[in-house]
Design a protein around this ligand. Structure first.
Ligand SMILES: [Zn+2]
Length: 93
């Protein structure tokens, strides 16, 4: 597999330059996530992040993906999954 490939396809050069910080992901709304049990906003660090490519509209604002992040309440130990609606139209995956 050492063929030289000639293509006339133009490669898009608009890719993100390396080394630049990812653009901030604007959250649709700044909902503060709280513990479902004790309403505390204190939580441990997020352990996992699951991104669902699911767009829609929330409070009149568009979003392109939903993040589910697992954490746990540092007040009562309740496990919680924080849901974030993120508008990230540049994502291609
Ligand atoms: Zn709690």
């Amino acid at each position: 597999m050492n063929k030289t490939m000639k293509t006339n396809r133009t490669t898009p050069t608009a890719g993100r330059p390396k080394g630049t910080k990812n653009a901030k992901h604007p959250q649709v709304d700044g909902e503060l996530t709280v513990c479902p049990k004790c309403q505390s906003t204190a939580r441990g660090p997020y352990k996992t992040k699951e991104v669902t490519q699911h767009g829609g509209e929330r409070n009149g604002k568009p979003y392109t993906e939903v993040w589910f992040r697992r954490s746990e309440c540092t007040s009562c130990g309740q496990h919680r999954i924080d849901k974030h609606y993120v508008n990230n139209p540049g994502a291609e995956e």
